[in-house]
Design a protein around this ligand. Structure first.
Ligand code: SF4
Ligand code: SF4
Length: 137
């Protein structure tokens, strides 16, 4: 099913994820290893600080897995703390969008359209024209 998926780049799925994108420890490690500070700067974390013994908020770029246990989902935030749509979604013409970090996507984005068996999530039929198309076949 995943192999039949031909994204039309309408951007609907990314716009739907407004403020709700969760980031995994693996995402953080991948971005740090690839020196993607531009991404890590957009990530706000609530972690348990092992030295201080309390939960604290930190930026993704300051995460240290030896000191900080991630406590909750991470959202895209503006520097002033306001939530916004994903900052890596770019409109390239009237109807097309592109993801500026497609080469190193969050796990949440990779798995967004499919269940664990690789079957498109029919609940997204209203959002995604490709899920709609494949679900009909
Ligand atoms: S990271 Fe890319 S795929 Fe994920 S929500 Fe943002 S623009 Fe969409
Ligand atoms: S909603 Fe579907 S077709 Fe549109 S950008 Fe997202 S994955 Fe691609």
């Amino acid at each position: 099913m995943i192999s039949q998926f031909n994204c039309q780049r309408c951007g609907n799925c990314c716009k739907t994820k407004s403020g709700g994108l969760s980031i995994s420890d693996d995402d953080l490690k991948r971005w740090r290893k690839s020196k993607r500070i531009d991404i890590l700067e957009q990530v706000e974390l609530l972690v348990f600080d092992n030295e201080k013994g309390i939960p604290i908020s930190i930026k993704g770029k300051n995460w240290d897995e030896n000191k900080h246990a991630v406590l909750c989902a991470v959202l895209w935030f503006l520097p002033d703390g306001k939530m916004l749509k994903c900052p890596f979604l770019r409109n390239i013409d009237k109807k097309k969008y592109e993801c500026l970090i497609y080469d190193i996507l969050p796990d949440d984005c990779k798995k967004f359209h499919f269940d664990d068996n690789g079957i498109p999530n029919k609940n997204l039929s209203d959002v995604c024209p490709e899920v709609r198309r494949i679900s009909r076949e």
